[in-house]
Design a binder for this molecule. Structure first.
Ligand SMILES: [Zn+2]
Length: 655
């Protein structure tokens, strides 16, 4: 068994996918809304039996665990291999040679740098005098020593290049250290540590690997320094996507089916320490659609605990609007009096925090209270302000009863007629939400697109998989003309129509491509379930394929005819025209034969008797009509290919 097989045998695809998104059971498979395109009905399926996934919706893509991790993490195969090998506990022995070491991907180099950086900061927190002070400070804020270690919090010393020097001494290139975000380079000569004199919170990716850092100022009284400093965007860290705590919270979010979103790293850590581990933080940035899209993979229920001061308000509102737009069920914990969740947990206890989450307010209620805050409903000016703030929000409520409820509540509160509020509301123009366009699908190498013929042949295999008896409608003569991998599958079924899916897979195991296709088609057959008029659908497909091939051949011939004309090779031209005509005649004859064959087949296999035969015959003759139409089309093709005047000449000669 090679490493890849070993990893696959040790990991279950359902577990791997579940660690990135919430799956629900659907028969023998699992499904979810596709993480790679935007959709409301789930068309992303995972098959534990086949150990594969496939999106039958917008992207129509699928594969194994490796491809899934590559796509969802947006990484190269080699990096997905490392992640999954690590997860499976498989040592990548064959890849420990010099060449492998030398050819580490850039991502791997940056990951190593971030890991060494984390250890460096951890050591300084434990061992340096200032670091010990920082540790004391963290304990005072309520973090336990155990928590500090579990979250790998560290300290960056007050020095210009301790870390950089250390990394260089370990053989890392300066340019890579800069690329990791740990150092800053100015001009040619200046090269210094980004994080100095700060408490360091490592930011981790889905699998717990450090991808960046947040540094909180400590022990430096320079007022020009920002309180918080984050790693800039790097190959690993993208602030619009990174969520602090996601590695520790993802499974909890799925389990509890809601996500607590806070602003600060310490708030997030304290919530975990208090036992509410379904908590993550957007650290040092506004909430983006990308953040929300990641959260939605785990749960559509969101509890926001954001700052309510004047500046925080605006950011909160924007975040809430974004979550609403992305159809989250959003609740809000209004944080006031300059108290953040970490302070609440420290001073008022874990139970208080728990209670605040349980009693979080639905969005509209939150807005209502917010609008009334610090205002006097008896003053006309304040009254107008409250109304102006709330009406645009209420206008967006889709449900009329709910809208009425809030308008009525507002009318009573500000003592204005509800009718007047409605009139005012009508005047409000619908706001255009200019949220940034979401780039849902990560960049990924395109596979060679399948031809129409490939797709038709796959569809034919699918219909046979759905009902093996249908194989009697195909002769090996027809199947031998199939081009793609479908041919091998069908020939095996013709050989033994009773063959089970597993036996079929076993017999085809020498061709991994064919196995992949078959796995995909089996999953598709499980997902699609029963199809009405399966036989008729199958027959349509066979016919369509036949016509397609014929049409393609005629098109090719028409092109050749044109070439011959240009070169004046009349002898070949004559032959080609004959071929063309015979192909056109054959097409007609085939259709006739097919009609008879189908009727005969249907007489043999149809359990529904005369009606179906007549119906099918009718349909076939309808097709024939189309075929005749196509003959005209083909002639047209020749005429077009020949050019009007010349065609006259050729016809004269021919005749
Ligand atoms: Zn998709």
């Amino acid at each position: 068994m090679n490493e890849i097989e070993e990893i696959k045998s040790r990991l279950n695809i359902v577990d791997v996918v579940q660690s990135y998104l919430k799956l629900e059971k659907a028969g023998i498979n699992y499904r979810a809304c596709c993480p790679f395109h935007s959709e409301k009905t789930p068309s992303f399926f995972v098959s534990p039996a086949r150990q594969m996934w496939h999106c039958f919706g917008g992207c129509n893509e699928g594969g194994d665990i490796f491809k899934f991790v590559m796509k969802i993490e947006n990484i190269e195969f080699i990096d997905a291999l490392r992640i999954l090998a690590n997860r499976a506990g498989v040592e990548l022995k064959s890849r420990q040679g010099d060449a492998w070491q030398k050819n580490k991907s850039e991502r791997q180099i940056l990951l190593n740098l971030c890991e060494i950086g984390t250890r460096f900061f951890e050591a300084y927190l434990k061992k340096s005098a200032k670091g010990k002070e920082a540790n004391e400070y963290l304990l005072k804020r309520g973090l336990t020593q155990e928590t500090i270690e579990a979250w790998r919090i560290g300290y960056a010393p007050e020095a210009w290049s301790h870390l950089s020097d250390f990394l260089v001494s370990r053989g890392y290139k300066r340019e890579d250290i800069v690329k990791s975000g740990l150092a800053i380079s100015k001009d040619q000569n200046k090269f210094f540590d980004r994080f100095r004199s700060r408490i360091i919170f490592p930011i981790r990716g889905f699998n717990g690997e450090t991808i960046g850092f947040t540094g909180r100022i400590f022990g430096n009284t320079d007022e020009n320094e920002a309180k918080y400093l984050n790693t800039p965007n790097t190959l690993l860290y993208d602030k619009s996507q990174a969520l602090f705590g996601i590695d520790k919270a993802k499974l909890e979010i799925r389990k509890s089916d809601f996500c607590i979103l806070v602003e600060g790293n310490v708030d997030c850590i304290m919530s975990h320490q208090a036992g509410l581990k379904n908590c993550i933080a957007v650290s040092g940035t506004a909430l983006t659609p990308q953040h929300l899209r990641i959260i939605k993979r785990y749960s559509p229920n969101l509890v926001l605990a954001f700052d309510m001061d004047e500046a925080g308000n605006k950011a909160t509102k924007k975040g809430v609007a974004l979550a609403q737009k992305m159809e989250f069920n959003t609740k809000i914990i209004p944080l006031t009096d300059e108290k953040d969740p970490a302070d609440i947990i420290l001073h008022e206890g874990e139970s208080k925090w728990r209670k605040m989450i349980e009693t979080a307010k639905p969005v509209n209620e939150f807005y209502f209270e917010l609008a009334l805050k610090n205002k006097d409903v008896n003053l006309l000016e304040d009254k107008k302000k409250i109304i102006a703030e709330l009406l645009p929000i209420f206008k967006k409520i889709g449900n009329a009863v709910e809208q009425s409820y809030w308008l009525n509540k507002l009318a009573i509160m500000v003592r204005v007629e509800e009718q007047d509020l409605r009139k005012e509301m009508e005047k409000i123009k619908d706001e255009e939400d200019n949220f940034e366009v979401m780039n849902i699908s990560p960049k990924f190498k395109e596979e060679v697109p399948k031809t129409k013929q490939d797709l038709l042949e796959e569809q034919i295999v699918l219909f046979i998989l759905l009902d093996r008896d249908n194989i009697s409608m195909l002769s090996s003569e027809i199947v031998n003309n199939f081009t793609g991998l479908s041919k091998d599958i069908l020939l095996k079924i013709i050989e033994n129509p009773k063959i089970s899916n597993d036996e079929l897979l076993a017999q085809l195991k020498d061709s991994p491509e064919t196995v992949n296709l078959l796995n995909y088609l089996i999953l598709k057959s499980e997902v699609e379930g029963e199809i009405d008029d399966l036989k008729i659908e199958l027959e349509k497909c066979v016919r369509e394929r036949h016509n397609l091939i014929n049409k393609n051949s005629r098109r090719d011939l028409a092109l050749k005819i044109k070439e011959c004309e240009a070169s004046g090779d009349l002898e070949t031209l004559q032959k080609l025209l004959e071929q063309f005509n015979s192909l056109t005649k054959n097409n007609k004859k085939d259709n006739e034969n097919q009609t008879q064959k189908n009727i005969k087949d249907l007489e043999l296999i149809s359990s529904e008797g005369e009606g179906l035969v007549e119906e099918t015959a009718e349909e076939v003759s309808e097709k024939e009509g189309q075929a005749t139409g196509e003959n005209k089309e083909a002639n047209q093709e020749v005429v077009e290919a020949q050019g009007q005047d010349e065609s006259q000449e050729i016809n004269n000669q021919e005749i």
